[in-house]
Ligand binder design. Structure first.
Ligand code: GTQ
Length: 364
């Protein structure tokens, strides 16, 4: 058997570039393209996200939120939101490749009409009092620091019960899995038949039924893979973090960090998004870490800084209350706080975990 390799020399192969171009053009007409030209980018040695570290200072953002309140009503806008668009993903309404974030503002007396969609939503209340959200016939009051859920395909509307022209607007962070559902082409939506859905249940009933570390004996999940609790009030989260800071070990990377759970499963509150609250004690200088799930942060209390490093480039954001920032996938982050602070964050970690692709490195 002849095992001599093909005799074409490297030099003559290089002379092939015109022939290759012709070949690529020929196959392009048949909707084909050569893998060898793109292979390295398709399976990179480590994540190469276009998502950039980004920072929104609330003092810069707030005046625009208030201006939007003069330009359009919540009713006309349906949702009066300024999208926090990642500078590396402009035009895509995305804060990371898989996640959407925006700041929604509702003025006293306004209503954001009822609709539902397959996209899951989280609300993290940033400022103001008097707003509520209704989900599946139950109203939940929104207070600063509360984490509230809108499960996939449940009718929801928002409102502000304060006195028109008197009470301050309410602002919350919306976190949705919009880019993920767009990727999967699995988005459906419809409007409610009424502006506001009928309130059919007493306020707080879901917390009483599912939120006391107990479940009904014959529990069936009311919202599929999503937590049966709509509201995780800040009061309880804050107390837990405060006690843990005083009486438990402080993690060298995270400070004191808790994840919110679906009480029926112990898993994340929503199938696509994990949510966290952490406290950095005063004088905390965290060790560096990186993880595949890019994360969006909302600063609740206190101040500090985050330093983000990637491929020799460094970003440093000095943050205070109501500021927002993003740590992209596989960027090395280090948290620091002189005064102490509380940080809310969310990411697409449950999806990474479901797929068995989640990676985390805690560096020293
Ligand atoms: O409140 O239903 O920021 O449907 C984006 C899409 C909020 C909402 C957003 C939405 C909503």
């Amino acid at each position: 058997m002849d095992i001599t390799p093909p005799t074409q020399s490297v030099a003559s192969l290089e002379g092939n570039s015109a022939a290759r171009k012709n070949f690529y053009n020929a196959i392009a007409a048949h909707s084909m393209t050569p893998l060898w030209e793109v292979l390295h980018g398709l399976v990179p040695p480590s994540p190469t996200t276009p998502c950039q570290p980004a920072f929104w200072k609330y003092a810069d953002v707030r005046p625009y939120l208030m201006q939007s309140g003069q330009l359009i009503t919540a009713e006309e806008a349906v949702r009066r939101v300024l999208i926090l668009e990642n500078p590396g993903l402009r035009g895509q309404s995305s804060i990371t490749q898989s996640l959407y974030a925006g700041l929604q503002v509702i003025m006293a007396g306004e209503i954001a009409p009822s609709h539902r969609h397959t996209q899951s939503a989280l609300r993290f209340v940033v400022e103001g009092h008097g707003a509520y959200t209704s989900v599946d016939g139950e109203r939940t009051q929104m207070k600063p620091g509360d984490f509230i859920i809108t499960p996939s395909w449940t009718f929801h509307d928002h409102g502000h019960q304060g006195q028109v022209q008197v009470d301050a607007p309410v602002v919350w962070l919306d976190g949705l899995d919009i880019p993920m559902l767009r990727f999967f082409d699995a988005g459906f939506a419809e409007n409610g038949t009424a502006r506001q859905q009928e309130v059919t249940k007493p306020e707080g009933i879901s917390s009483q039924r599912y939120g006391a570390n107990m479940l009904p004996v014959r529990y069936t999940p009311p919202f599929g893979k999503t937590s049966p609790i709509f509201s995780y009030p800040y009061e309880r989260t804050r107390d837990a973090l405060h006690e843990l800071e005083t009486h438990a070990d402080i993690d060298a990377w995270d400070g004191v960090k808790l994840r919110y759970v679906n009480p029926a499963t112990g898993g994340s509150p929503m199938p696509t998004m994990a949510t966290f609250m952490q406290r950095l004690p005063a004088g905390f200088a965290g060790k560096p870490y990186r993880q595949t799930d890019g994360a969006v942060f909302s600063v609740v209390e206190g101040s500090g800084s985050v330093s983000i490093e990637h491929k020799g480039k460094v970003w440093t954001f000095e943050f205070g209350p109501r500021d927002h920032f993003v740590i992209p996938s596989w960027h090395t982050a280090q948290l620091q706080s002189t005064q102490g602070c509380v940080l809310f964050s969310f990411s697409d970690r449950p999806v990474h975990q479901a797929l068995g692709i989640h990676r985390e490195e805690r560096l020293s």
